[in-house]
Every structure is written in structure tokens, then in C-alpha cells.
Design a protein. Sequence first.
Length: 238
Amino acid sequence: MFAPLTPIRRFVADTRGAVTVDYVVITAAAVGLGFAVNEVLFGGMGVLAGNVNEELGGQPGYSGPGLVYSDGFDNGAVGWVGADAKKMFGVGTVLGPIAGGSGAQTVTKVFDVAADATVATISFDLLSLDSLDNESGYVYIGDQVVGYVTSEHGVSTFTAVEQTGIEIVGKVIEQDVELGGMMIEQSWSRDSRTSIQITVNNPGDSIKFGFGSDANQDISDESFAIDNFTMQGLADPA
């Protein structure tokens, strides 16, 4: 009389599939926990990476007012106008390549300064790429030229332009080398890297940084790029 119900009883009592179900639930929970941990750690790891980069680069820790903005452009060109972040073989990700023009600023970014900051500092590397022949890349602060790098086939010189309340220093740290760009082994196609530091006294509420060049050939033949950009004395965006 109860024989037809026997298979059903056996199925209900069978636990061989329960372990599989448990593993599915546990695996889903582990994946969810991984995503949650990633969200928590992402910001902290970014700050840690910036600190390690500063230590390896020999930059002293910043103890002045305001925050520090450090950008190697690995996460794009957020907030920058006029240029994108691209990977360059042998160098990594940079802001550029930046095309030439009349020398007017074509790349800009505005930074809000901390209310108690009496000094703001900016440092970055300027890459002069490919067949630049006595052409220059111009650095702007507040729409004023404060310095420029002139390159002649991989050999560069830096010139400061005096502006009230602004100090700028530039040092060519690599020249007549292959940093990127066309990557062609030609004596006339060489690159250079110039390290630039800017100090702005009494910066006010904001600082506008700009860059432009007078390179007169196609961007694939002559260009500039910005790398390792750092600014100190920023207002808290919160």
C-alpha cells in the first residue's frame, strides 16, 4: 500500500547533495566578502603606494598645512583638461603625449588650496620627446609662464621666468636617451627628462597649473609629456 511512497522517502532522507549546496553558499559568501574587503582597502592601498613612491624617489614627508596630491596617471587624467593619460613603452603611464601649437597653454588643471596654506609646492617630470629641434614646452601658473624647457634632438635646457611670489627650479636629469615616443634608433630622434619644482607663496584659494608648447610637427614626431606630478597644500575636498 505504501510502496509508491518509498522512493520519495529515500529522496528526502538522502543527504549526498547537501554538501554541494553548502559549498555553493560558502563560495558565494567568500566572493562577496572579497568584494567588500577590496572596497575598504582600495583607498588605503593607493595612499600607501604614493608614500612608497615618495620614499623611493627620495622625497621628504610633507608636514605642512593641507593635503598632498600625487599622480602617476595610472588611473587616468582625472580633472585634467586638454590631455589624456597613456602608457608609454619603457616609461609607464604619463599625461600625454601633448601636441604643439603656439606655446599657449593647452593642458590645465585647477587645484583648491587649503585655507591655512601660505605656501603651495608643485613638482613633476617633463618629458621632451622625439625630433624636437629648438622647440620649447612652457609651464604656466595662473595663466603666466613661469619657466620653459627647450630641446634640441634630445638635449634640453631649462629657463626660469621671474614672476612675483613664484619660485621655479628645473634640472635636466636625463637627455639624449630613448624614453618613448617613436622609439626609432635615429640620432635626430632622442628624448630627455627634466625635473621641475615650483613654490607658490601666498597662493590664495586656488592654483591653476598649465602647460603648452610651440612644437610645429605632428604629435607622432614631436611632443611633450608630464609624469610624477605632485602638489602639496591642497584643500580637503570633503
